[in-house]
Write a protein that binds this ligand. Structure first.
Ligand SMILES: [Zn+2]
Length: 254
């Protein structure tokens, strides 16, 4: 069920078009009627997310905040529909809010064509994918609250972690020493070994992304939840990120 702490869930059951990975939205419970949903993911998978909430005793109608860590559609596509169902406000970094509203449109990486090419190489039939996920387009998402580094949303502190996308954010819950890293760091997914900072093929500036990762490594956390991961990292996560940063810098200095 992936209840991480009394207030934090990593939502399971949502598949990804790339068969080598999954995507995990998160739920933060301020209280029974005051929920924060982070990255609602694919529109076609929303029934899975709604059933998950019911299974753990909550209801999508009680979502008060939808936080989008970044513009990528595997994180954001269902945001407008969750807002329609719940009346929740949508939050994102002020940089990302522009791309979410398609003004200007986000052109990647990855571009739509790059994604199609990658999936075809993996032997995924686009016909089967379209059947399961419908359209991969995302309608413009109007962000209600544009946030900046250091802001708080309910109990969560915003840390700007650009590089994967320009306005990518991570979220920190101090009481549980817990960091929601979204796509700033990934682990053992999409064909890569070990942990890595902002996967190069799908990140706008994976080298610059090392700087915010270094900043994250100085935050006091034990647990790191990533949007794409093979398994949860629930202890020693800060040290793991610190090592990853050192190794990433060394690789580039060679
Ligand atoms: Zn992403």
């Amino acid at each position: 069920m992936a209840q991480i702490t009394p207030k934090v869930y990593s939502i399971e059951g949502i598949t990804h078009p790339d068969p080598r990975g999954k995507v995990f939205p998160y739920l933060f419970v301020e209280d029974q009627n005051d929920l924060t949903l982070i990255d609602p993911s694919f529109l076609s998978q929303l029934p899975i997310l709604e059933d998950y909430l019911i299974d753990i005793g909550y209801n999508i109608k009680n979502v008060k905040r939808i936080i989008l860590t970044h513009v990528h559609m595997d994180h954001s596509q269902a945001a407008n529909e969750v807002k329609r169902k719940s009346g929740a406000k949508i939050y994102s970094h002020w940089i990302e809010a522009r791309y979410l509203s398609h003004n200007p449109p986000y052109s990647g990486p990855p571009t739509a064509q790059e994604t199609v090419n990658k999936l075809e190489k993996l032997g995924v039939s686009m016909e089967a994918l379209t059947k399961e996920y419908g359209s991969f387009d995302v309608e413009p998402i109007m962000v209600d609250e544009q946030i900046s580094d250091g802001d708080t949303i309910g109990s969560l502190k915003v840390i700007h972690t650009p590089g994967h996308t320009p306005g990518h954010i991570s979220l920190y819950y101090e009481e549980d020493k817990l960091l929601l890293g979204a796509d700033s760091i990934s682990k053992h997914v999409f064909g890569a070994d070990g942990m890595y900072i902002s996967a190069p093929q799908v990140s706008i500036d994976p080298v610059t992304a090392i700087v915010p990762a270094q900043r994250l490594s100085k935050v006091n956390f034990d647990k790191l939840l990533m949007a794409h991961q093979d398994s949860l990292l629930l202890e020693g996560a800060r040290e793991a990120v610190e090592t990853l940063v050192v190794q990433s810098i060394q690789k580039l200095k060679r």
